[in-house]
Design a protein around this ligand. Structure first.
Ligand SMILES: [Zn+2]
Length: 111
């Protein structure tokens, strides 16, 4: 088992050999390069946490919809204050996650 990166689009393939063609961009097998041990280790170590960051962002997006509904209902000021705080906190955290994942991509911790 090894990792192969498409030289055209960056798609990462897990397997014993490169695929006949890239599932994403259709580039031929010759465009794939086997990743060295260090690059492979970075990707394998970061996959789980990258997926968790993405899942957290998805959950926070759902939470934001609920907070917006609470604001629209406008039941009373303390109720709206909680919704405002939830929107602020989740927005900041989602943006932090985006910045972190962008850093992972630039450092080869993605794929
Ligand atoms: Zn490709």
């Amino acid at each position: 088992m090894a990792l192969f990166r498409c030289g055209v689009c960056g798609y990462i393939h897990d397997g014993d050999d490169a695929p006949d063609k890239c599932p994403k961009c259709g580039a031929p097998k010759e465009q794939f390069r086997k990743l060295d041990a260090e690059a492979e280790k970075k990707i394998l170590k970061s996959r789980k946490t990258n997926e968790m960051h993405i899942a957290i962002s998805g959950l926070y997006a759902k939470i934001q919809k609920w907070a917006k509904t609470i604001k629209e209902e406008n039941l009373d000021p303390p109720c709206v204050a909680i919704a405002d705080r939830v929107l602020k906190d989740t927005t900041e955290t989602i943006q932090m996650i985006k910045a972190e994942l962008e850093g992972h991509m630039k450092k080869g911790k993605w794929g």
